[in-house]
Design a binder for this molecule. Sequence first.
Ligand code: FE2
Length: 412
Amino acid sequence: MLIKNLYIENSEHTSDIRVTDGKIEKIGEDLIPLDGEQVCDYAGKLALAPFIESHIHLDTCLTAGEPVWNMSGTLFEGIECWAKRKDMLTRQDVRSRVSRALRRMAGKGVQYVRTHVDVTDPDLTAMRELIELREEYKDVMTIQIVAFPQEGILSFPNGKALLEASVKMGADAVGAIPHFEFTREYSVESLNYACELAVKYDLLVDVHCDEIDDEASRGLETLAARALETGLKNRVTASHTTAMHSYNNAYVARLMRLIKMSGINFVSNPLVNTHLQGRMDTYPKRRGVTRVKELTQAGVNVSFGHDDMFDPWYPLGAGGMRDVVFMGLHVCQMMGYEDIINSYRFICQNAAKTLNLGDGYGIREGNDANFIVLDAKNWYDCLNNDAVVLGSYRKGKLISRGEPSKTEVNFA
Ligand code: FE2
């Protein structure tokens, strides 16, 4: 198959992509169709490597209002709402919601998802179902599962054993939530344990790290130190790190050295943390998003995630990554031209590094023919006009297709 006239990653000239046996065989200008070759001409549209959702909770998605709405919008009322909803959890319920969410995400150009799954559940209901779904969807969606101890490792009954059971069941990454543990000692011990498990089972690490406005919440330094000392390094991700927003600058200057030495990745979730953080403030109210601009300038890898989709903590979200980037650029004050035109990297290349996808990700000859085509010429226009995903290709197969949106205005 020959797919013609694509602006690959904001390039100035269009290129064609020849797909053979699910692989990108050749990329070049004005490739001539072979005898009998199927041709699809996009007439000058943007092609990107598929979007990557690097931080979401699929087990809670699409539950907003069930059985009650979070009226205050706070994290704590969200936890109360989820405690009621958690009682209703069945494997069929998880299957039905996750399947709907994945279909929506596929239509928005997402092909890779890292989902956190709550394992502070003695039955591990959601974990069991997600592991089955990961296998069932693997041809259209790559799913990584983080065993996420929502209510703590040391502070939840049997927390350590549940986490290890989840790992043995087949999780891809070990999670932790140090700021939620009862004490600072537990916080440190939980991070040590998560890294020990990752080393023992050869897994990745992704920690809900310091998702709080408390400037004294310093799980990040422990996580970075363990990442360095264990050699896990870029296999470790610090998600959220919203307390870093409130750290004093002298401390951050010292911390940044360790962060760079450790090689860890960061995930920021600008939609949800803008909504949930700063809730204890009067005025001024903190934005509560980590220091994306400064980390990026220091050469640290940062990707963006949606975090929650229509659930007790975040009552909006339709599965797309565009709004995540849009909000992230605003709240992190990254609105220069170069910042905007290159911002797809937060949900493409940077997220690929977070997920440790390796060289197999990206529009390159020899790679699987995984890419998306958007109804715009470059990412700036795409972001600004919320362009439709015209096609999402997975190993050369069209797994979703969209039509350009159309509006008629009836005045001159
Ligand atoms: Fe999260």
